[in-house]
Unconditional design. Structure first.
Ligand code: FES
Length: 105
């Protein structure tokens, strides 16, 4: 398995608390989310019917899918309620030189 490489995605101060910003890294649409004083990165695709998660409500470390309301844990990606059952894809993030970097494997 190859090591994930951290790729700079967006400035830290461009992602306000309680918000998500869509970025494209290595051809993948990713939402960088700020919740509970933490940064998260998840794929912009719901596991239920592949709808985009952007514009979904973010609270207390989860994001809600705007299509049918499933919520996902931003850290683990786990589905928290129906209709989704499967997790969404999550990415490791780190901050370096004022930039949020996302690990792309
Ligand atoms: S597509 Fe997200 S809950 Fe249905």
């Amino acid at each position: 398995m190859s090591e994930a490489a951290f790729v700079p995605a967006i400035a830290v101060d461009a992602v306000a608390p309680g918000k998500a910003v869509k970025v494209t890294v290595a051809g993948r649409e990713i939402l960088v989310c700020n919740s509970q004083d933490r940064l998260f990165a998840v794929e912009n695709k719901c596991s239920h019917a592949d709808e985009p998660l952007e514009c979904g409500r973010i609270r207390n470390g989860w994001i809600a899918c705007p299509a049918h309301g499933a919520r996902f844990d931003l850290d683990s990606g786990e589905a928290m309620n129906p209709p989704a059952k499967d997790p969404i894809v999550t990415f490791t993030v780190r901050v370096a030189d004022g930039m949020i970097e996302i690990a792309i494997g």
